[in-house]
Design a binder for this molecule. Structure first.
Ligand SMILES: Cc1cc2nc3c(=O)[nH]c(=O)nc-3n(C[C@H](O)[C@H](O)[C@H](O)COP(=O)(O)OP(=O)(O)OC[C@H]3O[C@@H](n4cnc5c(N)ncnc54)[C@H](O)[C@@H]3O)c2cc1C
Length: 386
């Protein structure tokens, strides 16, 4: 696997860095405290063209591709993960449509996603069905010209503000991969959608401004044209989507880790104890050296896996899982160490390190826990599928 950043990709990186530092970083703590969806950031990202990176040109995007998206997410994640969550969620809406949408569905939804007019949600998880998504109970019954959906979903990010949801539901009994179908659901977050109710937003450890919601589906009526990729293709589509969308999450891990490392490095050079900056002590130097090495390793595997995915290389599922696993574990380790380098101050909210540490935890859980990533990698590595 090889990659080299093109001039256009470097341009994305530089622009995202500038926007992140000048316009996203101020207010990061307040967003977390207020727990209100940051609509100003949606407007900002729309103006800056950040929503269009992953959307093909023929559907209103700019076809910059997955690596460019990762570079953008990494920069924003260094300063605010309510902001980067908004960006990673674009993939969960756009990718399934790109992969399996009909021409009509692509024309109808992708331009709106690219312009930032339509926010997306991904409805897979249920109270009794997390890692084992085949055990979902939500049912879409064929009736007349369409379907009637009943069930519950939970942990669905931005389900309270989304205009589109890729919803997964059982279309036949049985526990096989062909019993699940995916549907495009159009939502009206302002006036409500008949059959769709947000029951509650979870009280979370971090990323509190982008709500993670439990929803009830009571006789939600969908037209036959809402099916994505044909009946029975839902499980395959969910897995294929996650192959791609895990890479922006990996980039989020890299950004979180780099953000914490930068703060720890600056702090170590300024904090004086025993008559010298603590950066003069070998114990601290070794921590910084390990953190820097881990961040760079996570960055390289993420860029390589994204580039490999773009080029349609083999074993993309395995490499994507490896990148998400290593980057999110690195984010957890490096942010924990950064808090340690700051000592008592790291434990306070006077520095962003504690927030970044809480953000890191989420990356080990969503889009498949890291135990599930290890299962994927082991199966692929031992020759059971690509
Ligand atoms: C902030 C946040 C946002 C989220 N956003 C979304 C979203 O937008 N859409 C969506 O559909 N879901 C979303 N999720 C849900 C997320 O994908 C699930 O939480 C995750 O897949 C795990 O499911 P679970 O929480 O039910 O845990 P479980 O599956 O119950 O797992 C519990 C523990 O058991 C481990 N485990 C399970 N099975 C195995 C196994 N076979 N071998 C070893 N260990 C195993 C897990 O790794 C975990 O440690 C979000 C979650 C969070 C925290």
């Amino acid at each position: 696997m090889q990659y080299e950043l093109t001039e256009a990709q470097r341009g994305v990186q530089v622009k995202a860095r500038q926007v992140a530092r000048e316009k996203v970083a101020p207010g990061a703590d307040q967003r977390e405290e207020r727990r209100e969806y940051p609509r100003d950031l949606v407007d900002l990202f729309a103006r800056e063209g950040f929503f269009s990176l992953g959307v093909p040109q023929e559907y209103g995007g700019d076809s910059m591709g997955l690596l460019a998206q990762c570079l953008m997410v990494e920069e924003v994640s260094q300063v605010c993960n309510n902001a980067s969550a908004i960006l990673t969620l674009v993939s969960l809406g756009a990718v399934p449509i790109k992969l399996m949408g009909s021409e009509e569905q692509k024309q109808r939804y992708l331009p709106r996603i690219a312009r930032g007019e339509a926010l997306s949600a991904f409805g897979l998880t249920e109270p009794g069905s997390g890692s084992d998504s085949l055990s979902m109970k939500t049912r879409a019954l064929a009736e007349g010209e369409g379907y009637v959906v009943n069930g519950q979903k939970c942990f669905i990010s931005q389900a309270d503000v989304a205009h589109l949801m890729v919803l997964f539901a059982r279309t036949s009994e049985g526990k096989g991969t062909r019993d699940i179908s995916a549907f495009m659901v159009e939502l009206d977050p302002e006036n409500g959608t008949p059959g769709y109710q947000v029951m509650r937003a979870e009280r979370k450890m971090s990323m509190k401004a982008v709500h993670t919601c439990q929803i009830a589906l009571n006789d939600l009526r969908l037209p036959a044209s809402a099916v994505l990729g044909g009946e029975g293709q839902g499980f395959y589509l969910a897995m294929k989507t996650l192959d791609e969308s895990r890479l922006p999450v990996a980039a989020q891990g890299v950004g979180i880790a780099q953000g914490a490392l930068d703060i720890a490095t600056d702090y170590a050079q300024q904090r004086v104890q025993f008559g010298s900056p603590i950066s003069a002590f070998q114990g601290i130097q070794f921590m910084i050296a390990d953190m820097a090495t881990q961040v760079e390793a996570a960055r390289q595997i993420t860029y390589m896996a994204a580039s490999h995915y773009e080029q349609g290389g083999p074993r993309v599922t395995m490499y994507s899982a490896m990148a998400k696993l290593l980057s999110s574990d690195t984010a957890m380790k490096v942010t924990t160490d950064a808090v340690q380098v700051l000592g008592g101050y790291g434990f306070t909210q006077d520095f962003p390190t504690e927030r970044l540490m809480r953000d890191a935890k989420a990356t080990q859980i969503y889009e498949g826990t890291n135990q599930i990533q290890r299962i994927i990698i082991a199966r692929r590595y031992m020759g059971r599928g690509g």
